[in-house]
Design a protein around this ligand. Structure first.
Ligand code: BG6
Length: 515
């Protein structure tokens, strides 16, 4: 890795130096798919636009359709024009970017295709100075992972970091398994070809600026950490709400459900970052060691009484943002008798010294009234209600609300005196918003994560034990749900989930915050 001074860039004022990786060949398996078009190539183009890709960086699309380089480039240019943060495409940036963009046609299960790919890689080392460095991005369904890993190994296309020389890294996308057993199997296959430090498991939530800011908020500021514990915090709420339904992903969702799709991965990451202890260093293993301890400390759901702390729902027909939408069971390629959950809410406990008996309320759902990801820290009330006896005064506990998306920001709610001759209070908020403080739009999650892979920094990627520990915790609940004769509780699309989710938190004398 080289550290260079960049040309002045108003968006990066104050940052004198940026990390720029050495040029490598990034091979995208599944280059004809949606992820490549909507996320990966637009992210790479935006990195190029911002001057963050090294000269010579090479991207090779590898997939079955019979394309040539030119057709692939034209297709990708269109995608970048539509989806890149830095759209519309700039001719000069594009010309340079496209010089490093190639396509190799092939079937992932055919050794011959790997041969052709390898020849192209060797040629690029010669013509583009990529020095044997390889990143394989598996943008393919997980069932292809074993055969790809095996053939890459068999064709001698993977180096061993223990022996030195140019690196090989592999990026894998969720789902990382369907349960603990399949996740273990996937990880076992991975380590037959790669070492753990060569494996980059993408959880795109970790690439979001606001998610990374959780660490900065907590550990770069002196004022929050002293309150960040059971002594001052009453409870924490985490919400991942989406207004979209399952779109065209019916078959995938039928095999997943919201708990596997969002809670096992994205929400576990959010929860870990909120609850973790300070790491000894801002380094991959130091940070992940602390995160995994949180997941390991999660209390099991009460056997036989799971429904007291976990409810699931499924949307029925309704209206979202003014538009009539069908119920889940009427979605394309979804069973009309499906029992898959599109909403889940849970009360969980992190059984450790800092968080003993502080409930964390988690909820995630499709077809909720709006798209919002929000974390709120609800503080305990003031120890002595000084204003209690003053007529008309009702004080409210303080809330620190961290808005992950959209309208990224942080707000602290507290009570204030309403101006006037009598004592009356009203809640007010102190707010920080990314857009007003920093002006520029934050980079897309994939931009950051692709760059981190090129730099070889796995701080923002899920480690094997994190993934397996999260499955070990969630598996028993999923099993109970699968065996249950009861279907998920219905909720009309466009509402905040089933009444049972409200009842769950209200039994504890609390309410869901409306983010
Ligand atoms: C994906 C899930 O991992 O995250 C999708 O598979 C979900 O179902 C998406 O819609 C949400 O991501 P974001 O970045 O829009 O919050």
């Amino acid at each position: 890795m080289t550290t260079v001074a960049l040309e002045p860039n108003p968006l990066r004022e104050g940052l004198e130096q940026e990390r720029v990786p050495d040029a490598s060949c990034l091979v995208i398996f599944g280059a004809s798919g949606d992820l490549t078009h909507r996320k990966l190539l637009p992210a790479l183009y935006s990195l190029a636009h911002d001057g963050l890709l090294p000269a010579g960086q090479t991207i090779i699309g590898f997939a079955r359709p019979d394309y040539g380089d030119e057709a692939f480039r034209a297709d990708i240019r269109k995608a970048c024009n539509e989806f890149a943060r830095t759209k519309p495409v700039d001719d000069a940036v594009w010309e340079n970017f496209a010089k490093g963009l190639f396509y190799v046609q092939g079937d992932f299960t055919e050794p011959e295709a790997y041969n052709r790919l390898n020849q192209k890689l060797t040629e690029c080392d010669r013509t583009r100075g990529t020095g044997g460095r390889r990143i394989y991005y598996l943008a393919v369904p997980p069932n292809f992972f074993p055969v790809i890993a095996e053939l890459l190994g068999a064709e001698g296309m993977v180096t061993d970091p223990e022996r030195g020389g140019p690196y090989t890294r592999v990026i894998i996308e969720k789902p990382f398994g369907h349960d603990l057993a399949t996740a273990r199997e996937l990880n076992r296959v991975a380590v037959t070809t790669f070492r753990e430090r060569q494996v980059f498991r993408i959880d795109h939530y970790l690439g979001k600026e606001t998610v990374q800011n959780l660490l900065v908020l907590r550990f770069a500021n002196g004022i929050f950490e002293p309150f960040w514990n059971r002594q001052y915090i009453d409870h924490v709420q985490l919400t991942v709400a989406e207004s979209i339904g399952v779109e065209k992903r019916g078959p995938y969702f039928e095999s997943a459900g919201i708990a596997r799709d969002i809670i096992q991965n994205h929400m576990m990451q959010l929860l870990s970052l909120v609850a973790m202890e300070p790491p000894v260093a801002f380094e991959a293993d130091a940070v992940r060691d602390e995160k995994v301890k949180v997941v390991r400390a999660l209390r099991d759901f009460p056997a036989g009484h799971e429904s007291s702390s976990a409810v699931r729902g499924q949307y029925t027909a309704g209206s979202v943002l003014g538009e009539a939408v069908p119920g889940y069971r009427q979605e394309e390629r979804v069973s009309p008798t499906s029992r898959v959950e599109t909403y889940a809410a849970m009360k969980v406990f992190v059984d450790n010294w800092r968080w003993a008996d502080v409930p964390f309320y988690l909820r995630a759902g499709k077809r909720l009234p709006k798209r919002v990801t929000d974390i709120s820290i609800h503080f305990r009330p003031a120890p002595y209600p000084l204003f209690k006896k003053v007529a008309g005064v009702r004080t409210q506990p303080n809330v620190l609300a961290i808005r992950i998306q959209p309208d990224e920001g942080i707000a602290l709610k507290f009570d204030s005196k309403v101006p006037g001759p009598t004592v009356r209070t009203a809640p007010v908020t102190m707010e920080f918003r990314y857009a007003t403080s920093f002006g520029a739009e934050p980079p897309e999650a994939y931009e950051r994560l692709l760059l981190e892979t090129m730099l070889g920094d796995s701080t923002l990627f899920a480690r094997r034990d994190e993934v397996e520990t999260a499955w070990a915790w969630l598996d028993p609940l999923l099993h109970v749900w699968e065996e249950s004769p009861e279907p998920p509780d219905p909720y009309p699309a466009g509402t905040w989930g089933p009444p049972s989710a409200d009842a769950m938190i209200e039994r504890d004398g609390r309410r869901w915050r409306r983010p």
